[in-house]
Structures are given as structure tokens and as C-alpha cells.
Design a protein around this ligand. Sequence first.
Ligand SMILES: [Fe+2]
Length: 308
Amino acid sequence: MIKRLKFFDEISLGNEVVSELRSLQSFNDNYKIIQSYNAPHIRDAAISIKKTFSNSDNGVLIKIQPQLSNLELRSLVWLLSCNIGKPIVQDESGTQIMYVYDRNRSNSIFNGARYHQTHQGGALHTDQGGVKHTKNVNDPEPIDFLVLGCIQQGLIGGETILVHADELYRELLKFPIVIDILKGQFFWELRGQSQNYYDGPILTIGNDGKPRFRYIRPYMESAYTRLGKKIKPLETWALDVLDSLLESSIIQNRILLNRGEILIFRNDRFVHGRTSFTDDWSDNPAVENNIDLLTNKRLFQRIWLSEK
Ligand SMILES: [Fe+2]
């Protein structure tokens, strides 16, 4: 029996959405074209999702009743996203739809790969970036919402892990010195997006009194190495406290997403990650830009949104 995912509202999409989707021109990765399609049922679904976000900080877990093909699923994730917010560019080449899958079993976030290119788990984080189309790329575009759609499951593993900012902050309050340190400035690299760096705190408290997090430790540590700077021992200890809390079962919520399930949540109010996964031995070699060939791989679709 799968338990309900804490802090998430469930929304089911039915036949009318799927019929509408099938009446549209096929999705062919020329995704900017279908953004403009008139799709009232999909728009209505997006409105009810946005209502959840305006009423609470909960995320949403979207389930789709009818079976969809991979292409249909990918179209739906994109169309829903475009009706909820404004897609943000995710890399130097201008990609707005990122596919999350293991490119190569030897890839590691600890030797320069981006998280979405590996099969590694752990390293709970918030997503970072969005390349701004201005000269000042030191200031990455904030990601308001993260959309994660499960297109295919892997052979084993790959549970999605979610930690709500309030529960993390509640545990951090037991360590006031850590809170002070996390509110200080840290350097970050914009891995995969730019050679530049930016600085900012891990923890901020908004005008509404709510804690918000920015955290992706491997990108911080490599920024310090590249800059020739050192993270102070007390700061390292504070980061270790944070990591230990993030790995605690007391505050972790986990879900093994099924094919066709989509999570949408506020990036700075949920620290997220996954458990390690392994694809079938017979998985096809990773072929960039040919998602249709990845038939035996865990495949997620990721979109970053700014609020419209
Ligand atoms: Fe992520």
C-alpha cells in the first residue's frame, strides 16, 4: 500500500485531458510550437494546480488515469508546465526541457557531472540556476517551481526524496550556531551553465517568516576549489550537520514515482534528491537528443518554471 506523500496534494487527470492532448499535433521536441496550442482542459488543470500553490506551500502529485505513450507524456508535462509558469533555460545551449537519465555509469557529481546526468543518489539539494540572458550571469534566474515527470522507471531504485523546508528548519533550530552559519554567504558555481560564480546564503527567512533553502554542496565545494578559497572548518561542520539532517528518516519523505506521475513543487521550499538507481544491463547507450532510444532507462523530464 503506497502511503500518501506528505505535503503534496494529489490531482488526477482524466480522459478529457488525454483526448485533448491526442487532438494536438504530435510532440516532436520542437516544443516551442505546441506551447501556443489552444488546450482548454489542460489549461483548466493548470489553473487548479496553481490554486493549490496559492492556497498553501504544498506541492502537487499529478496522476494520469489513461495509459499514455512516452511522446504523449512528454507533451503533457510540457503543456501543463507552460500553463503554470514560464519555462527557464537550463543550460548554455538554451534547453528548456531537460531529460534526467544516466548518461554513463562512470559519471559522478563529484567529478564534474551534473546531477541529472548520473545514476547517483544522495546529495540532497535545491536546483540551481537558470541562465539569465543578460551580461550579468553571476545572478542566476530563480527557479520558482520544479516539474519532474516520470517517463520511465529504471530497473531498481531511484526513489524521489523530498524534505520540506519547515521540517528541516525545525530540526536546525536545535543548532542555533548552524543557522547563523547557513545564513552567511557561500560561493557557488553555475555548473553546465556558465563558468561564472555567484554568492549567496544557504538559508534565508522570507518576509512571510518562512525558511527557504539554496543548497547543492558539490557545486559549492568545486567553486571554492576553482576559486582557490577554503571553506572554514566551522562552516564544513555546519554543512555536515545540514547533510546529516537531510539524510534523516525523521524528515525525509520518499516516493517511487510510477510512469506517468508528475511532481510539481516550490524549489526553495523542498530540498530534494533521490536514491541511487540502476538501469537494466541491456540499456541502450545514452544518445543525447534521441530520447526515444532510451527504452530501458530510468527517464525523467525536468522543467524549471518562474511564476508568471
Ligand atoms: Fe535536482
